[in-house]
Design a protein around this ligand. Structure first.
Ligand code: C2O
Ligand code: CU
Length: 473
């Protein structure tokens, strides 16, 4: 059996099981108020039917790890206990956090060795859909399952938990028996092409789950793409979904997408608003395989008792966060030239201060570069004063799509290849940029420290698409 995505996906159709509602995990909180998150090996079934368990790495023995659900302004205290065989750390993706809590091994902290612990203690300034994941050898650790959702509720007028569902989406590469394929981790082919792409999708760690939703009632579906490299192509139209938020930040108004499918890149989030209609089944379809694959389905329940009329159901308000607006008059401009990869212009690549020769690629595994430099150099990409506005012009001179992420800040996406975006100038923490495209973003560098800027296709980051900038105190 050839194991391309499509045949694999087809072979398992019809094995839908009715999964339980996602329960908000009650993780163990120690007497000192720290939530304990243990990173360690675990087993989990990823494929349907009688597939064997996969050997994964996870937080508190399940992938995704415990959902952390807090309120805006709350203080989050997590004790990471490392029971893995390699060093690790946790990054709180999208949280505008104090630099020393950002969890980047080798930049903001030392990696936590096996057997050791680390205490994270920070305030969450913004409401929205975020996630946490390993940030040491992420290409390995995230692909094995080290991630979880981090949901920050607004103060009032949010959906109740029944109408607020988190869907953590992951793309796995399974072997012939339906187990996690660890043998192909680190393939140079993946690193120099589109990253590690899988052949199976899970929702909240389950294979093709089904969720019960009530007809006529509005739901917020928080979608998080935790894939190493897969840009999910989602048919949101079929769901009748409208957009509430990207990357945790609400749009100014509930927005209908004028195009399909919705692209959700690695690390990106989207909050959808859906109002199920009676008798109309709903599926979450991914269409990048050339044919629709329903990776979650929704059973629409019609309550027999007289439920409140539609109009009486409160549509939750959009919860806007207080993000600093760029000052375009006094902005500092920087250009990021992205090069390398298969079928691309290699040009010169400097790595650890040395210009790479063709023959060095195998030993260094560095094949991509930002402004000619692969991975973190001693000097930052740029260094700016606190509260400077930064305009970053990103130029993708490669043959691949990328998902660019900035730590510690959200930015407005101003334009893509010279044109405006359909959704105004949305706030994001991760943006997609297609081959030969340019994208301009702006943000206020209000958060002092050393911050990472990288491609969230984790193999690309490992293979060079990784840099840092500094905001002076
Ligand atoms: Cu989601 Cu460098 O992170
Ligand atoms: Cu990339």
């Amino acid at each position: 059996m050839s194991f391309n995505r499509r045949t694999f996906l087809k072979s398992s159709a019809g094995s839908l099981g009715l999964a339980l509602l996602p329960t908000s995990f009650k993780a163990s909180v120690a007497s000192d108020g720290f939530l304990e998150i243990v990173a360690g090996p675990s087993q989990q079934k990823l494929y349907s039917g009688d597939a064997p368990d996969s050997d994964l790495w996870s937080y508190n023995e399940s992938t995704p790890g415990p959902e952390i659900r807090v309120k805006r302004g709350d203080r989050v205290k997590v004790r990471l206990v490392n029971k893995l065989e390699e060093a690790t750390s946790i990054h709180w993706h999208g949280i505008r956090i104090a630099n020393d809590m950002d969890g980047v091994s080798g930049l903001t902290q030392k990696a936590v060795e096996p057997g050791a612990t680390f205490e994270y203690d920070f305030i969450v300034p913004d409401a929205g859909t975020y996630w946490y994941h390993a940030h040491n050898k992420s290409w390995n650790q995230v692909s094995r399952g080290l991630y979880g959702a981090l949901i920050v509720e607004g103060d009032t007028s949010d959906f109740d938990t029944e109408h607020d569902r988190t869907l953590v989406l992951d793309d796995w590469r399974l072997d012939q028996s339906g187990k996690f394929d660890s043998a192909s981790l680190g393939s140079l082919m993946d690193w120099s092409h589109g990253g590690r792409l899988g052949n199976w999708l899970t929702v909240n760690g389950k294979s093709q789950p089904s969720y019960a939703l009530n007809a006529h009632e509005p739901y917020r579906l928080r979608l998080i793409n935790t894939s190493n490299a897969r840009v999910l192509e989602l048919d949101t139209k079929q769901l009748g979904a409208k957009i509430l938020a990207y990357d945790g930040q609400s749009l100014p108004a509930v927005t209908e997408l004028s195009y399909q499918p919705l692209l959700l890149g690695p690390a990106q989030r989207v909050d959808l608003l859906v109002v199920p209609k009676p008798g109309v089944p709903m599926q979450l379809d991914e269409v990048s395989g050339g044919q629709a694959f329903s990776f979650a389905s929704f059973e629409i329940v019609e309550k027999s008792d007289s439920t409140p009329p539609v109009a009486a159901l409160t549509m939750p308000a959009l919860i806007l966060n207080d993000l600093p607006e760029p000052d375009f008059e006094n902005a500092r401009m920087f250009t990021l030239d992205m090069t390398g990869g298969a079928m691309g212009r290699m040009g010169d690549i400097t790595y650890k201060g040395k210009k790479l020769e063709r023959a060095d690629f195998r030993s260094t595994r560095q094949v991509w570069a930002f402004n000619g430099v692969a991975n973190l150099a001693d000097a930052p990409f740029f260094s700016v004063q606190r509260n400077d506005t930064i305009i970053l012009d990103t130029v993708n001179n490669t043959a691949f799509l990328h998902a660019m992420h900035i730590h510690g800040h959200h930015f407005r996406v101003l334009e893509r290849s010279g044109s405006d975006l359909d959704e105004g100038k949305p706030w994001r923490d991760t943006f997609l940029i297609g081959p030969q495209q340019t994208t301009k973003i702006a943000f206020v560098a209000d958060n002092p420290g050393k911050w990472l800027l990288h491609c969230h296709m984790l193999e690309h980051a490992a293979a060079g698409m990784n840099t840092w900038f500094e905001v002076m105190a």
